[in-house]
Design a protein around this ligand. Structure first.
Ligand code: AMP
Ligand code: MG
Length: 483
């Protein structure tokens, strides 16, 4: 017996079609690469990390716990717009860990071998992509954006074959749950209202208990879920994050960012930025993220139709009303966010113009998205040559006039800017350098970088420009799916 986790299982009370029990195959030589001590402590997870061999064994799933019930989840999803039945092809749930505050977290191994949903995949993962998920998910967390977390990465001691031989690895992912829009699509595809209703009730219980007694609970969930997604996407846009593969199976009901595959942060401001090698049409580009979110929410709404009303036309009408309201809600949320980035207190009819002229200037001048806002917070930075043009000076004059009008408060304005404009984001070239050192066994750059990413809004601490600036453009950087 152990007391590493405080496991319970509620997901397995759902109808059997939602999962397949799956034993974990033991790996040959588990070796601990990185462990998130802070996260473990905050969730009361007791892995004996001073014993690295023992910890690596545990984090490969090789331990006994009478409450552990390992399984892979079934789901479906629209991948680049095409509907497919999917499931955890390379992930296995260990259990639901309940922290001492009563919060429930899925503990899942990613890269732990094939499952009935693996299709043609090998069920495995390589070191680089798992460390990449670790870095970016932790960065997103410290940027104050809802996300799944990363507890650890181990090497399995086994080879994984992609274009070349790579080191096999397993990431331990922690999520409020792994219920996805795709899980609802899977439930709807069973064409049995009892199955759909069971998932609905489970989801409300786990993530939306506030609406439990609501009269129109199905529409209420749709509204609440839309708000969570609007909040998430607004935050991604705020920090220049491009998820890269916003398929419906990669959108959680909890509103957490999930599945860090071909994601990356934008450098110079270009709304068409995309990094994923397979996203030829730019479906998941920076500027399309809010539109795709709405598209995905509409797919979610479709799954709820039989529950909303037995009269299909009435159900469609009610769901459509919610979906149609999304662009306006998003616009308001985005405007508020951009105003905070600019330290604008109160409202002015000119705000939207001020924001869009800055963005067009940034696009025309290939200005770095992150650094421009950092420079606006630190006026001494505005003596750089990029800010010398008349166009920028004119904009700045209008901006300052507006900023100092209304109920201007210097401290409030600065606070807003500092809370909303990161100084540090995981720049692509640093991520790549850190991963390549880690692949060769040198973990120092990785650990140093992770430490720096814990304070992205710290405008005061002196951090070397190596971490701050990247003058390279977005273009040459390519990211890959399913690696
Ligand atoms: P993703 O692009 O990571 O969202 O993955 C899409 C689907 O492919 C999911 O159902 C994954 O479980 C599955 N998948 C990705 N990589 C592998 C792999 N190496 N082996 C088996 N299934 C995989
Ligand atoms: Mg996925």
């Amino acid at each position: 017996m152990n007391s590493y986790f405080n496991f319970e299982n509620t997901y397995t009370n759902l109808p059997k079609c939602f999962f397949t029990e799956q034993e974990i195959k033991q790996v040959s030589l588990p070796n601990l690469v990185i462990f998130n001590d802070k996260l473990a402590k905050s969730l009361n997870i007791n892995i004996p990390v001073s014993n690295r061999n023992e910890s690596a064994k545990i984090l490969s799933g090789n331990f006994n716990d009478k409450n552990m019930n390992t399984f892979a989840q079934a789901y479906a999803g629209h991948q680049f717009g095409h509907f497919t039945i999917l499931g955890d092809g390379r992930a296995i749930m260990l259990g639901e860990h309940v922290s001492k505050f009563g919060k429930r977290y899925d503990i899942q191994l990613k890269g732990s071998g094939i499952t009935p949903y693996s299709r043609n995949g090998d069920g495995k993962a390589a070191l680089g992509p798992m460390l990449r998920e670790y870095i970016i998910s932790e960065a997103i967390h410290y940027l104050n954006i809802p996300t799944t977390r990363s507890l650890s990465v181990i090497k399995t001691g086994e080879d994984v074959f992609r274009e070349k031989k790579l080191q096999g690895s397993i990431l331990t992912r922690i999520a409020s749950s792994h219920i996805r829009v795709g899980t609802f699509q899977y439930a709807a595809a069973q064409q049995d209202i009892k199955i759909l209703k069971s998932l609905f009730d489970y989801t409300v219980e786990r993530h939306y208990s506030d609406i439990k007694n609501s009269e129109d609970i199905y529409i209420e969930l749709l509204k609440e879920f839309s708000l969570k997604q609007i909040n998430l996407i607004t935050n991604w846009m705020r920090v220049g994050f491009i998820h890269g593969v916003m398929n419906t199976d990669n959108m959680t009901l909890s509103g957490e960012t999930i599945d860090y595959g071909p994601c990356a942060f934008m450098n110079n401001y270009d709304p068409n930025t995309k990094f994923s090698s397979i996203d030829h049409m730019g479906r998941y580009s920076y500027k399309n993220q809010p539109i795709i979110a709405q598209w995905n929410i509409a797919r979610f709404a479709e799954t709820l139709l039989p529950l909303i009303s037995s009269n299909l036309n009435e159900a469609i009408k009610k769901a459509e009303d919610v979906i149609k309201s999304i662009p306006e809600s998003y616009k308001t949320s985005w405007l508020n966010m951009m105003k905070k980035k600019l330290g604008l207190v109160d409202n002015d009819n000119e705000d939207e113009n001020i924001i869009s002229s800055l963005l067009s200037w940034m696009e025309d001048n290939k200005a770095d998205y992150t650094n421009t806002f950092v420079d606006l917070m630190n006026e001494e930075n505005l003596n750089q040559s990029i800010y010398k043009s008349n166009e920028f000076k004119n904009w700045f004059e209008i901006y300052m006039k507006r900023k100092l009008s209304k109920n201007f408060s210097k401290s409030k304005s600065i606070k807003l800017m500092q809370e909303n404009n990161p100084v540090i984001i995981p720049r692509n070239h640093i991520v790549e350098n850190v991963l390549s050192s880690a692949d060769e066994g040198d973990l120092k750059p990785l650990n140093k970088f992770l430490k720096i990413l814990e304070n992205p809004y710290n405008n005061i601490i002196k951090i070397s420009n190596y971490y701050k600036n990247d003058l390279k453009s977005n273009e040459p950087y390519m990211t890959f799916c399913g690696t």
